[in-house]
Write a protein that binds this ligand. Structure first.
Ligand SMILES: Nc1nc2c(c(=O)[nH]1)N[C@H]1C(S)=C(S)[C@@H](COP(=O)(O)O)O[C@H]1N2
Ligand SMILES: [Mo]
Length: 225
């Protein structure tokens, strides 16, 4: 099996991310996705409406920027481009040319993706993984899945999408000091795994050995094990 440059396969699929021991956010009874930003009017899409759209299955790997890859994940859900055409496009402010989207989780995590990458053929709003409803570890009730991009683009517990006409400032985490740390290793705007676009300013080779040493500690921090 061939992995993108600098990645190593891990067994299983641990819960990762920058939640640092916080439990996953609770799933509301009637979950919905808000659409905001450069829209003529804010829109709320109920999960039931989303599920009425045509669905697809996608087998893909998930690559964390720190260098581990979980392989052979079987996601099911609605292609993001289908969702965008059905609910986002009709709500856009007249004349707005969208360049970026913020993908916001119920835990306030937010990633930023270019419109071109978000509309890629392999991007999914997934509600099922390996034949089961998505669990709390991996993003219940719904997750933005973009396997060609590093894990940090793949927001779990999707709650809100904001559309922008230029790149918004980086704000992955509600805590300022975590964002300050992330600024130092500014995430790449495209984050494409096969191009090894890990960071904007730092070359990937410089970070590989650092990350490799950090993985066990990061894993302990995010899984509590
Ligand atoms: N809501 C939310 N989504 C998130 C994160 C997070 O902390 N919160 N972490 C990101 C990072 S850095 C990675 S590598 C993946 C990890 O996915 P997993 O927990 O399903 O393994 O989720 C991404 N999506
Ligand atoms: Mo990650």
């Amino acid at each position: 099996m061939v992995l993108p440059p600098g990645q190593r396969r891990i067994d299983g699929f641990p819960r990762f991310g920058i939640h640092f021991g916080q439990p996953p956010p609770e799933v509301p009874d009637d979950p919905c996705i808000e659409i905001g930003g450069a829209v003529a009017r804010p829109v709320v899409v109920r999960l039931e409406e989303l599920r009425a759209l045509p669905r697809r299955e996608l087998v893909a790997d998930l690559h964390c920027v720190a260098g581990w890859s979980a392989t052979g994940l079987r996601w099911e859900g609605v292609p993001f481009a289908t969702f965008y055409g059905a609910f986002v496009e009709p709500a856009l402010a007249p004349g707005a040319t969208i360049s970026h989207l913020s993908i916001v989780g119920a835990d306030s995590y937010r990633s930023v993706v270019t419109i071109e990458d978000a509309l890629g053929a392999d991007v999914l709003l997934a509600d099922r993984l390996d034949g089961r409803p998505l669990d709390g570890d991996h993003g219940a009730p719904i997750r933005f899945v973009s396997p060609s991009q590093y894990g940090f683009i793949n927001t779990k517990h999707l709650r809100r999408i904001e559309v922008h006409t230029s790149e918004p400032p980086l704000r992955y985490h509600p805590t300022w000091w975590i964002n300050a740390g992330l600024h130092a290793v500014m995430p790449h705007e495209r984050a494409r795994v096969w191009h090894e676009e890990r960071h904007r300013y730092l070359p990937a080779w410089a970070l590989r050995p650092v990350y490799r040493r950090l993985i066990p500690a990061l894993k302990r921090l995010s899984t509590g094990r």
